[in-house]
Design a protein around this ligand. Structure first.
Ligand SMILES: C[S@@+](CC[C@H](N)C(=O)[O-])C[C@H]1O[C@@H](n2cnc3c(N)ncnc32)[C@H](O)[C@@H]1O
Length: 342
């Protein structure tokens, strides 16, 4: 509730604020706010400069609106924790089987939207702030848990750009705020940002545009509204990079998504690639991948082994040339070309 009521924004960076003032800012009863506040003080999340007041600690600034780490916490709390709490009800209603489909699944059941909405529609109907929170959470989680760089070497793309002035270079498909693309543009400064694009759902584009406006790395990156289940709006790009999107979908949807990307590869450029960047399931599993796999189970999807991903690529008309891994990361990059290419 401290995040929902934006109290972390209202506590000054220097000095404190009284519980009464915080409560008055949202018309809440003072005792509700002080009872919650004392819990945060007891754990050291907030400091108590004097009785009845709170101040920021070194931990609490991350819970301010727009902070990606705080957004990751809020996403786990708002979007995932209720889903797990309601699993008994879900399995009671639908039977103790693997969830399948797009609407009668744990994540939609938990929000009372089962049978009506898909997970992305559940998020969309919660408004812009919620959509931004999810995007910022992706940014935080992928930033510290799963590095964007290190597995695939984009050096050749910078060289290619210098001699091929017209082709779109990298499209970050389902890229959210484009944090992966950004990390690679920083690492490979020879890749011109203006010849790259971030694609995401239409409702994400205003937030992405706003986030890029004051970012010298991303301001010139193209922002493209696209539904990756449908026609690809930017055809003939050198690289279609898709990261942590396939794990949201069942096999048939993934094949459709990949087939659309395969068909968008340019006929006249043998170096063109689809790069599939996903967590790699192993046996026995990595703890992190097993944990995300349980989340994906609530979306009727899964984390896949290299062999499962290769099978999807094959069904989509792609050939996996190489699987790139970075030490210490649970993610891998499957480098794919169109099957008909030599
Ligand atoms: C799990 S996030 C991954 C984001 C980012 N690629 C990363 O690795 O952090 C999935 C992304 O796919 C986007 N997405 C979901 N459905 C989509 C669709 N039909 N078309 C395009 N993007 C979609 C979401 O908005 C979200 O940004």
């Amino acid at each position: 509730m401290f995040m929902k009521w934006k109290f972390f924004d209202k506590i000054p960076v220097e000095g404190g604020v009284s519980y009464q003032d915080l409560a008055a800012s949202v018309g809440a009863q003072g005792e509700i706010v002080s009872r919650m506040g004392q819990m945060l003080v007891s754990t050291g999340t907030l400091l108590q400069p004097k009785p009845g007041s709170v101040a920021h600690s070194r931990l609490s600034l991350r819970y301010k609106t727009g902070n990606s780490n705080g957004s990751a916490f809020a996403m786990l709390y708002d979007d995932f924790q209720p889903v797990f709490a309601k699993l008994p009800g879900f399995f009671g209603k639908y039977g103790p089987n693997l969830p399948v489909g797009k609407t009668n699944i744990p994540i939609t059941f938990a929000s009372g939207a089962d049978g009506k909405l898909t997970p992305w529609e559940v998020f969309a109907q919660q408004g812009t702030e919620h959509i931004e929170q999810f995007g910022l959470a992706m940014q935080a989680m992928t930033g510290y848990l799963w590095p964007h760089t290190g597995a695939y070497d984009f050096t050749w793309v910078g060289k290619y750009a210098a001699t091929n002035p017209n082709r779109t270079l990298i499209i970050d498909v389902g890229g959210s705020f484009g944090h992966s693309l950004r990390a690679n543009l920083v690492k490979y400064p020879n890749i011109p940002p203006g010849r790259c694009a971030v694609e995401d759902r239409e409702e994400m584009i205003p937030s992405i545009t706003k986030a890029h406006a004051n970012d010298p790395v991303m301001e010139n990156v193209q922002k493209v509204a696209a539904d990756f289940h449908k026609e690809q709006p930017v055809k003939g790009a050198l690289i279609y990079f898709i990261r942590r999107c396939l794990h949201d979908y069942d096999d048939n949807d993934c094949v459709n998504i990949l087939k659309i990307l395969a068909d968008s590869l340019p006929e006249d450029e043998p170096q063109a690639r689809v790069l599939i960047n996903e967590h790699i399931m192993t046996d026995p599993p990595d703890r992190e991948v097993a944990a995300i796999d349980i989340i994906m189970m609530t979306w009727a999807s899964l984390e896949r082994t290299v062999q499962q991903l290769e099978k999807l690529a094959d069904r989509a008309g792609l050939v996996v040339i190489k699987v790139h891994r970075a030490g210490g990361s649970s993610l891998g990059v499957l480098e794919c070309k169109k099957a008909s290419r030599s």
